[in-house]
Design a binder for this molecule. Sequence first.
Ligand code: GLA
Length: 383
Amino acid sequence: MDIESLKASFVKTFNTESIIVKSPGRINIIGEHTDYNGGFVMPAAINKAIYVAVSKRIDDEIHLYSESYQQFHNCSIESIEKSDKGWANYILGVADQLKKRGYKFGGFNLYLDGNVPLGAGLSSSAALECATVFAIDYLNNLGISQMDRALISQKAEHVFAGVNCGIMDQFASVFGKKDYAVMLDCRSMKYVYIPLKLDGYKLVLLNTNVKHSLSDSAYNTRRSQCEQGVAWVGEFVAGVTSLRDVNRAMLEQYVKPKSLEVFQKCNFVVEEIERVVKAADQLANGDLAALGHLMFQTHEGLSKDYEVSCAELDFLVELVKNDNAVLGARMMGGGFGGCTINIVEDEAIDELIDRAKIDYKQRFNLELDAYVVQTDNGSELVN
Ligand code: GLA
């Protein structure tokens, strides 16, 4: 990302100077589909980010421009409505949430750019929401806390993008810290930073280039299935408000007889929550091999039980399974496309990527993209 050229494009487009806010995409080491179930997640912000150049206007208008889509979108703060331009909705959704919460802010110009690949499961949308709320907050001195920035962004996604997502992506984009993963308890919202010590290894993302569209996918259905399971257990067990409060025995007793499918979905989540707790210890102890083993288990569960994988993701995990240079691999994020995350030995990375590209092309006639990612800080002002 070239900040100087972003500044220059802004001046050319809006005839005034801007501030620049950066908010990163995210990876997730482990803990998938656990966030909206009151469980644990372990994301990290990465060195691929959304950048917004923003300035205040003297009127109440919102003027937006997307570099990737080469499109404008204008409206007034008085009448913020969902747009048919998907990218604009993430920004408008945030402005709408701020309004609903009683924050007062004036019109603004916003120029959107970035290098988070879109639809790759790296949370470009969350990054855009978090960048927007940071910028509006900063320009208007609204004093919004980090946690509220994440929550406002999440709500924007629910209302304007129609995805009933959990808090993980927005949390990671706001709270990320270079060289750390962050383990978040999505029930208490308490979190701890865990040093991501990968001595001799790196995190490699393999992008299937199968675009996932969470709102069109089974994401919202999965969420309802989990809620159904909780409701059935809750009829018999007091104090159960999420799958975090549920164990396998309860699922066997109260859910399995009613629906095998709901049982399977809920059981995956219960197991995944346990895996994150184990993974935190393993990462802290530097036991990457054990962590990698858990990642493979997570993939198996996401694919066979939770059923949010796809042939392309399964293929890429299978491809590295017996490779000694790869400690762990799994699909990452909501599913149905996007990337796998792999822990790969430094020296073996180039060869692995070359091989994966050839095999993937041969099997699916699709290009594979690969990113060796590093962790980075959460939302911040860029000078
Ligand atoms: C998407 C959602 C997150 C989370 C993941 C699955 O990225 O936005 O809230 O549920 O899927 O772990």
